[in-house]
Design a protein around this ligand. Structure first.
Ligand code: CO8
Length: 260
């Protein structure tokens, strides 16, 4: 599948999507969102791909937000449709069934920060800056930033970031839980690939159910979420991988998970 605004590479079980509009710091326009949706669906269907890395082209920016050229001319109904289309793509990332690692290689602002938050895990370059500057444009975060940010960092810090619009540095983002890890910029992709390789060697079915239990469970009452977890636990117990993982432990060898 060919894309104009993305690069898609596969290296064994790891696929890397690079948002490739460096002249506008990888801002997301409608075409990019649509291409991202198509690329994700392709990777979701591909059983050989177990982990996806998402990053931005160039050294300066992950994604500097939604494309302000499009925002400047949006109509009320068009703005709503645009927001819903973006939210759909971000939900697809969150519920892909495979871990998606954001390698935040620079600015992750507005829709870029929202994109990183939709990913399963985030590693930031020490040079990265993250924030929700929509308020400075007379806007609000429209790709679920008002929802994912407080869930990640707590309501108080999210309010501060969204109301002031001021970006924060990578080390502060790690301190408040917005990113999982920080790496020197030169090592970012190597670190992301190392983590991806670790995840790719794990049991894919258990991993899919874990992400599902966490994503759905945090939206449920605790007792219902525990029931849901128990059901998924029962389901995973029917997998060949569960038999292989437990047998390998008892035989003191490394398991070879097949995703069955
Ligand atoms: N959209 C379009 N173009 C952009 C964007 C963007 N988000 N960000 C940067 N660019 C362009 C610049 O206009 C510039 O173009 P040109 O070379 O033609 O002048 C080029 O990229 C390089 O940028 P700068 O010269 O500004 O680079 P600096 O290093 O001076 O500054 C910054 C870098 C600080 C990142 C600066 O570019 C900036 O502030 N960008 C905008 C950041 C921003 O406000 N992002 C939020 C956008 S709103 C949003 O994301 C809403 C999401 C929800 C949408 C919901 C439904 C529609």
């Amino acid at each position: 599948m060919a894309f104009d605004t993305l690069l898609l590479e596969r290296d064994g079980a790891i696929a890397t999507i690079t948002i490739n509009r460096p002249k506008v710091l990888n801002a997301l326009n409608s075409q990019t969102l649509d291409e991202l949706r198509r690329a994700l669906l392709e990777l979701q269907r591909d059983a050989d791909v177990r982990v996806v890395i998402l990053t931005g082209a160039g050294e300066k920016s992950f994604v500097a937000g939604a494309d302000i050229n499009e925002l400047a001319v949006q109509t009320p109904t068009g703005g709503r449709e645009h927001a819903l289309a973006g939210q759909h793509v971000f939900d697809l990332i969150e519920n892909l069934g495979k871990p998606v690692i954001a390698a935040v290689n620079g600015y992750a602002l507005g829709g870029g920060c929202e994109l990183a938050m939709a990913c399963t895990l985030r590693i930031a370059a020490d040079t990265a800056r993250l924030g929700q500057p929509e308020i400075t444009l007379g806007l609000l975060p429209g790709y679920a930033g008002t929802q994912r940010l407080p869930r990640l960092v707590g309501k108080g810090k999210a309010m501060e970031m969204i109301l002031t619009g001021a970006p924060i540095a990578a080390d502060e983002a790690q301190r408040i839980g917005l990113v999982n890890r920080v790496a020197p910029a030169a090592d970012l992709m190597a670190e992301a690939k190392k983590l991806a390789a670790q995840l790719a060697a794990s049991a894919p079915i258990a991993m899919r159910y874990i992400m599902n239990a966490v994503n759905r469970g945090v939206e449920m009452p605790f007792a219902d979420a525990c029931q849901y977890e128990a059901t998924l636990f029962g389901l995973v117990a029917s997998s060949e991988d569960m038999r292989e993982g437990t047998k390998a432990f008892l035989e003191k060898r490394k398991p070879a998970f097949k995703g069955r």
